[in-house]
Structure formats: C-alpha cells, structure tokens
Design a protein around this ligand. Sequence first.
Ligand code: ADP
Ligand code: ADP
Length: 224
Amino acid sequence: ALELALESVGYRYRGGHEAVAGVGLTMAPGIVGLLGPNGAGKSTLMRVLSTLAKPTSGRVLWRGEDIVRRPDALRGELGYLPQDFGVYEALSAREFLVFLAAVKGLPSPGVAARVDECLEMVGLDDVADRRLGGYSGGMRQRVGIAQALLNDPKLLIVDEPTVGLDPEERVRFRHLLAELAGERLVILSTHIVSDIEASASTLAVMSGGRLRFHGTPEALMAEA
Ligand code: ADP
Ligand code: ADP
C-alpha cells in the first residue's frame, strides 16, 4: 500500500532540545496538511520524512520499509519542495528543469518530454522559454512543484509553499495540489489554516515538537 507510517519519531538537533518528539501516525494517499506555529517542528519532520535528516528516535516506514535502512526505496518515489527553493534567474523554466533532471540523475532519453509534461501539469507551458528572473513568486513555486514532479513521485512533500504568495496565487496553488493528490500522498506544511482546511483529507497538528491532533478537518473543528 502507498502508506507512510511514523512510529514515535523524534529528532534532536546536536546540542539542542527535541525539535520533534514521539510523533506517531499513518498517512495514506490524499492531502495531509501539517499544521502548527513557527518552531513547532514541521520543517524538521519534513526533512526526516524526505531522508535529509535521520530520526534520532523511532522509525519511518514507506510501504512497510524502514527509510533509514532502505533510503533508495523512498527516494526513487519522492518529490520534495523545500521551503527555501530558489531558481537560477538567468535560465528559462525549461532550461532549469532540464538542468535539475540531470542533477537528479534522471536518464537523459525522455527528459525533454518529461520536462514538457511537468511544465504542462503546473500550467507553465506557455511561458516555459522565458527567463525565470521575470517570474512572480507564484510562478516560481510552480517551477518548484514541476521539479518535484520530474520523477513522477508517489510521495510529494511540500514545505510552507504559500509563504510570499498573493491571495490569487494561493488559490491557484491549492487547486494544483488537489489535482496532484489523486493517487499520490501529498504532505503540505503550513502555519496558515485557511490554506489547507478545504483541500486536506487529513490534518496533523503539531506544537512544541509533538503531535497534538490527527484526523479530518471536520473532526478538528468539532474539537475546537
Ligand atoms: P517549524 O518548521 O514548525 O517552524 P522547525 O522544524 O523549523 O519548526 O523548528 C523546530 C525547532 O527546532 C525550533 O525550536 C527550531 O529553533 C529548532 N531548530 C530548527 N533547525 C535547527 C537547527 N539546525 N539546529 C538547532 N535547532 C534547530
Ligand atoms: P522554519 O520556518 O522552518 O521554522 P526557521 O526560520 O526556523 O525556519 O529556520 C531557518 C533555518 O535556520 C533552517 O535551516 C533551520 O534549520 C535553521 N535554524 C532554525 N533554528 C535554529 C537554531 N535554533 N539553531 C540553529 N539553526 C537553526
């Protein structure tokens, strides 16, 4: 099954406190909204889930396999958009994606076609040959999603994607993620509840490194 299972996951920075502590939950396809104030541990948890940081306690299982023991099993099926995603302003979107496909080690036959597909999925096909320096914040975030889709991931992790977007771009971004979530597990972190409550199938709410709630948006509202 396309399932990501967290078993009492903890992460402690060297010399620091536990930024994530005892988080246990299982995620299935759809959009999972990871909510919490700044400092709650969302980015740390996202880095653990995308194998950029190893949990200092507990386990994470992707399709039943431990992601620390078998990182390649997850990495081949993972798309990740970090919070600090930046673009090369001198390149066009198409050139930048071809470059990133090479960095990711995608086999070069088929890359041009795959780049075109990804540009189309995020609605940038019309402007693909314009320099990224002229792109708006929302367009840059769509380039970020396009690069995360290059390997046709089953797990898409997106960290605070709507920071710096205007309201119209936020709505557009939300629709895009909803389209992508069909057969994928999309994990989206945000501190803005309205970005996620309408589209998420499940919410996970963190504060102080701990999981405070996991369930449907309706269940969260009923609790409030
Ligand atoms: P969020 O993404 O929810 O804002 P973070 O995961 O960035 O939360 O941070 C969780 C906690 O871990 C905070 O107390 C933060 O200061 C701390 N932290 C984050 N990154 C580091 C780091 N590189 N070294 C030490 N502490 C860190
Ligand atoms: P976030 O929005 O994820 O909370 P932050 O502003 O907390 O981001 O962190 C930005 C960068 O600074 C990250 O790379 C994070 O790892 C690092 N960082 C955050 N808190 C600390 C800390 N207490 N000590 C060292 N590095 C930190």
